[in-house]
Design a protein around this ligand. Structure first.
Ligand code: ZN
Length: 162
């Protein structure tokens, strides 16, 4: 898979947002919505620390896009994310008709890392985006950025186990 330097820059921004989430007591995930002209239109990071475990950035992006972008704009937009969309977010992405997804670490990879560190299993199956949203173009993983994402998740599990 060939990603452009622009793609990589947006992917790196997702890691910064994930780091911000971790430092704020949330789970280390960050996502960015970029339109067809290359402009960042919206970005967010995980906010589940308050107890609402649906507060995923990809879900916020889908809702924001449904309100602020036309259908054609959504189709041509790209969502970058540090970790592959979960089934809830994949469904939201598809329901609002968003376009391409670029993820750094796959759900399968995250699950493998987390189980290796003794973290409890997720209550939601780690299905690939395309099992939930078969019409969505997906690119990922991005192995050259794995180490940064892995380290944030390792720290998160460490903090959660305290
Ligand atoms: Zn999600």
């Amino acid at each position: 898979m060939e990603l452009s330097d622009t793609d990589l820059a947006h992917a790196r921004r997702c890691i910064e947002l994930a780091r911000e989430a971790l430092e704020d007591g949330d789970e280390p995930f960050g996502s960015v919505l970029v339109d067809s002209a290359g402009a960042v239109r919206f970005e967010d990071r995980n906010r589940v620390g308050g107890g609402d475990h649906t507060r995923h950035p990809e879900f916020e992006i889908a809702r924001w896009a449904a309100t602020h972008l036309s259908r054609p704009e959504r189709e041509r937009a790209t969502v970058y994310t540090s970790g592959e969309h979960c089934p809830m977010c994949s469904a939201a992405h598809a329901w609002v008709g968003l376009g391409r997804i670029v993820f750094i670490a796959s759900s399968a990879q995250l699950t493998e890392w987390r189980s290796g560190w003794g973290a409890p299993a997720s209550p939601v199956a780690p299905l690939p985006v395309q099992s939930v949203a078969p019409g969505t173009p997906v690119e990922g993983p991005v192995p050259e950025l794995h180490e940064a994402v892995r380290e944030l998740h390792r720290r998160h599990v460490e903090v959660s186990n305290r």
